[in-house]
Design a protein around this ligand. Structure first.
Ligand code: MN
Length: 291
């Protein structure tokens, strides 16, 4: 892993606009999870549609997995910290997602897929992010890639911060995936006690931090574990400065993207631009034309 100087600097950090705790729910065949980014925040955090965090040592909370279900109109990014999950889809893609791996699936005009645990005990922990597609790409052919932990670009700063670049670019390191329309940045940051990390962000991009271990501080606001901090789009700010608070170090996802500013119409696993397109997706699914 390359050690690089903290090449990026941020003159003025964005502040925290709102802290969001998320809501406990279940999905698939009864997988317990916390919906951190829910439908009410889709406009504020455009182009992101959803973030689910799951984590349990109890197999009853995850064992049933997510049997066959459809998607149309967006991309799903699953980041597995611990556990093993088998993916199969109607476009013929199959992959085993495990410890530290990422699966990037562009559903576009449609896939039917399943995500089933390949473990009967032990810890399963990770995240699923939904990223919108621009109207012009919603009916493209589906795309899929998975990345084992060792394939993901990583760097360590001279301040001891370990960064995994799942999407976008940070400190001159290009991420596993780049997307032109939404320009997503997706970093997993491990900060040692007292560690600081600077990330420039275009002022117009929507951004949030999700702390999953320890506590962070952003522009004087404490962000506790299991909280999402929505970062203000301050036109004077040129990025975000994240500091680890507490004695045990901090782990957090930093996610940002360029808003699409298009109508968002969601019905369950379909996210389109109009109700008419949703009816078409439902009809296509019922009549076997979705995938
Ligand atoms: Mn799915």
């Amino acid at each position: 892993m390359a050690t690089i100087r903290q090449t990026e600097s941020v003159r003025r950090s964005r502040g925290v606009e709102q802290l969001v705790a998320g809501r406990a729910t279940s999905d698939g065949a009864g997988v317990k999870l916390t919906r951190v980014l829910s439908q009410g925040l889709q406009h504020r955090l455009d182009p992101f549609l959803m973030l689910d965090a799951f984590g349990s040592d109890d197999a009853q909370d995850y064992i049933a997995g997510f049997p066959d279900h459809p998607h149309r109109g967006f991309e799903t990014v699953t980041y597995m910290l611990a556990g093993r999950m088998r993916h199969r889809d109607s476009a013929g893609h199959e992959g085993l997602l495990e410890n530290g791996g990422v699966q990037w699936m562009t559903a576009a005009r449609g896939v039917i897929h399943s995500e089933i645990p390949e473990q009967e005990a032990g810890r399963m922990e990770g995240f699923q992010l939904w990223l919108n597609l621009p109207a012009r790409d919603k009916m493209n052919a589906p795309w899929y890639r998975d990345f084992a932990a060792a394939e993901l670009p990583r760097f360590t700063t001279d301040a001891g911060v370990e960064a995994t670049v799942i999407a976008g670019e940070s400190h001159g390191v290009a991420g596993a995936v780049t997307r032109e329309a939404t320009a997503p940045l997706y970093l997993d940051l491990h900060l040692p006690p007292g560690g600081r990390f600077a990330q420039p962000l275009p002022a117009g991009h929507n951004a949030f931090l999700y702390v999953y271990r320890g506590e962070a501080s952003v522009a004087g606001t404490a962000v506790p574990a299991q909280r999402m901090a929505i970062l203000a789009n301050d036109p004077e700010a040129d990025g975000v400065l994240i500091e680890a608070a507490g004695a045990a170090g901090t782990r957090a996802l930093l996610i940002a993207g360029q808003p699409l500013r298009e109508p968002i119409v969601q019905y369950g696993p379909f996210v389109m631009n109009s109700e008419q397109e949703i009816y078409r997706a439902l009809g296509d699914y019922r009549e076997g034309r979705l995938a």
